[in-house]
Design a protein around this ligand. Structure first.
Ligand SMILES: *Cc1c(COP(=O)(O)O)cnc(C)c1O
Length: 467
């Protein structure tokens, strides 16, 4: 869906009463447990409790908006990947959510970590992730970033262009280093996800094309380099993917490329990285596969392609981000104003404005991402009303949730909790309209701890150094 369609479809929704997947809930107080951190429930007074902490208590201490991350939920999803893919390397994609604490959790759970910038490398290292367990990504790594990565001894660099290969070799010469590399390729897979988060079709900025021949050329180029140790091929087909078909095609094409590389050089590549992108449930319409099912499907595909191309099983890795931190996080807002907007045909739509919006969650505006929500401070016996949760920014498109059922007695001061907010919310946050970014609070066994404090207006004022 593009931005153009959003305005046009308001009218259609008004007639239909919302998207086809959205049904009127029997009981608004009931939480769909597939969306919330494991163990989330309402206590006897009706308050939503995450990791043993009532969200009202988190808000009393930290204010709104606030992101709450359930530590045990994050850790259990990390463990699920380790258990389901026992002899694979699992790289947590730090861009989804990265703080020093999160890097420490990942390290403690036996995950490696993907980073894309100097900033992400710094936080990962300060969180205690060993440099050898970092994978360094990006399509435009700077000389400074490459030099830092080499000096730290980063475990692998995923090269994305011929320019970068030359830049990396120059940095190796300069600093007296060698670099372990994978070549990021595009497999031509059209992943069934939003265009902006599909990354394997040909016409986009990432990777080197298998079909166009650049991927093989780059592999041979790295293989023959004096300064680079070529580990293998890297493919990441996109994000929020539910079907394994795209991965199947990616595996076939990368394995075929590995066979072509062997023909060209006589050498078998030792590694293959299949990227991330495993979908999570944001609404009750989303039905992600259990991680163990995913693993079984991957193993079967790998085995099949190894046999087909007579290749030894490579060392394998994958890179889940959202699937580990997304469901662990909840964003909590406070309702500020409520407006009943009259639509054509005598219908109305309830606009519920909260004290955040596109600055703390850009995903709905960026790629029409859908979310769900619940009133977190109380239960209600009022009837469900189709509502739209909007932010406080100066944009008509500042919509957090286009369609969600809320109780008709939703009131100023109520808390609105949004599940699935652990990934790509705080990490993509901005200061649009000079709003300070919300804090990220971890919760475990009834105790909270601040991971990232709330930005203050003083933080913002300090940046403004003009006269
Ligand atoms: C973004 C990204 C990931 C993680 O994607 P998720 O959808 O969060 O799992 C993994 N690998 C690469 C190269 C990425 O760019």
């Amino acid at each position: 869906m593009t931005h153009m369609h959003i305005a046009g479809s308001i009218h259609a929704d008004a007639v239909q009463g919302g998207p086809t997947w959205l049904t009127v809930p029997d009981d608004l107080n009931e939480l769909d447990l597939s969306l919330w951190p494991r163990g989330t429930h309402r206590d006897e007074t009706g308050r939503v409790v995450v990791a043993g902490v009532a969200l009202t208590d988190v808000v009393a201490e930290h204010g709104t908006p606030v992101y709450v991350i359930d530590e045990d939920d994050f850790r259990s999803r990390a463990r699920d990947f380790r258990a389901a893919f026992p002899d694979w390397d699992v790289y947590y994609a730090g861009k989804a959510l990265l703080t020093r604490t999160v890097a420490r959790w990942a390290a403690e759970e036996g995950l490696n970590l993907d980073v894309t910038t100097l900033g992400e490398m710094r936080i990962a290292l300060e969180g205690g992730m060993p440099a050898q367990r970092l994978g360094f990504h990006g399509n435009n790594k700077s000389e400074e970033e490459i030099a830092f990565a080499l000096a730290q001894g980063v475990g692998r660099i995923i090269v994305d262009s011929f320019d970068e290969i030359a830049r990396l070799e120059a940095a190796c010469v300069e600093g007296g280093h060698r670099a372990k590399v994978l070549v990021r390729v595009t497999t031509g897979v059209e992943a069934h996800t939003h265009e902006y988060i599909a990354t394997a079709h040909e016409d986009q900025k990432f990777g080197l094309s298998i079909m166009g021949g650049q991927a093989l050329t780059a592999l041979v180029r790295c293989h023959s380099s004096q300064y680079l140790d070529l580990l293998g091929i890297h493919s990441h087909i996109g994000s929020q993917i539910f079907e394994t078909l795209g991965f199947e095609v990616a595996i076939r094409r990368t394995m075929k490329l590995a066979a072509q590389f062997r023909t060209a050089t006589g050498v078998e590549l030792p590694e293959l990285d299949l990227g991330g992108g495993f979908g999570i449930a944001y609404t009750s319409a989303d039905t992600p596969q259990p991680t163990s099912d995913l693993a079984a499907a991957f193993e079967e595909m790998i085995e099949h392609e190894c046999r087909a191309f007579a290749l030894a099983r490579p060392r394998l890795s994958l890179e889940p981000g959202r699937a580990i931190c997304g469901p662990a996080g909840v964003a909590v807002y406070r309702v500020g104003t409520i407006k009943n907007v009259e639509l054509e045909g005598g219908r109305t739509r309830l606009y519920v404005s909260v004290d955040g919006g596109m600055s703390d969650n850009i995903r709905p505006a960026l790629y029409a991402a859908e979310y769900s929500a619940a009133v977190a401070n109380r239960t209600s016996d009022a009837e469900p009303v189709l509502s739209r949760v909007v932010g406080k920014h100066c944009e008509g498109g500042d919509i957090l949730i286009r369609d969600v059922f809320l109780p008709s007695d939703v009131a100023i001061g109520d808390l609105i909790a949004v599940p699935g907010a652990g990934a790509y919310a705080r990490s993509m946050a901005s200061n649009y309209n000079q709003i300070p970014k919300p804090p990220v609070v971890s919760a475990k066994d009834g105790v909270t701890s601040t991971m990232l404090r709330r930005e203050t207006l003083d933080d913002l004022m300090r940046l403004d150094v003009g006269q």
